[in-house]
Ligand binder design. Structure first.
Ligand code: COA
Length: 178
């Protein structure tokens, strides 16, 4: 468990999670720009099976369908407010299609700064996982998404229908921040 601000915590998705996390998944649309929620509408009795399917993604091989991926839940004041996934290994295909990080904040908790904090904490996780350059991207019109990257000092590298960002996680950067 990682605690950065007193009130915001990131936990790895786990089968111990229950009703409050289930309710969060039901507060995230099945499909919206840049994100999909396969748990939306799944009955509670199948929630654990859904979690297991997500946990298995850690052991994926890289293909065009998926990558090795770890999912975290973000909690504000102990309330689950969002999900952030880290693709721990990506190839050139994934650099251009999704990058290392994806995130979503539940509808009822958007525009409260949680997306920004959750991304900041996810970057720390990337650092711990040994990722040297974090790639991320969003639709060119997804203002909330690119704002949270820019607030986390991601560097814009390309724009077409999407906006492509990266963040170098080097010791030099670390020293500058300190
Ligand atoms: C992207 C997302 C995670 C942001 O989470 P969040 O908790 O709302 O983000 P924050 O509150 O930290 O910051 C959002 C910023 O975008 C701004 N914003 C949001 N909607 C906006 C809009 N339509 N126009 C202009 N600015 C907007 C907010 O004002 C805020 O900026 P500010 O701090 O300068 O005021 C959330 O909107 C979401 O889950 N979207 C759907 C899924 C998605 O798009 N995921 C990314 C896929 S690439």
């Amino acid at each position: 468990m990682i605690n950065m601000k007193n009130d915001f915590t990131l936990k790895r998705l786990s089968v111990e999670m229950g009703q409050s996390e289930y309710e969060m998944f039901q507060d995230i649309p099945a499909r919206e720009v840049g994100s999909r929620n396969l748990c939306f509408g799944v009955p509670f009795e199948n929630f654990r099976a859904y979690i297991r399917s997500q946990l298995a993604r850690e052991f994926n091989r890289i293909s065009e369908y998926d990558t090795p991926t770890i999912i975290f839940v973000g909690y504000a004041n102990n309330k689950p407010v969002g999900i952030v996934g880290i693709r721990t290994k990506i190839n050139n295909y994934w650099k251009n299609f999704g990058g290392n990080i994806f995130y979503v904040i539940r509808k009822s908790e958007r525009n409260k700064g949680y997306g920004t904090t959750m991304l900041k904490m996810a970057v720390k996780e990337c650092e711990k996982l040994g990722i040297k350059t974090v790639y991320a991207q969003c639709g060119a019109n997804n203002i909330a998404s690119y704002k949270i990257m820019e607030k986390n000092n991601f560097e814009l590298i390309k724009v077409d229908k999407s906006r492509y960002y990266k963040k170098e996680l080097t010791k030099i950067n670390k020293k500058i921040k300190e």
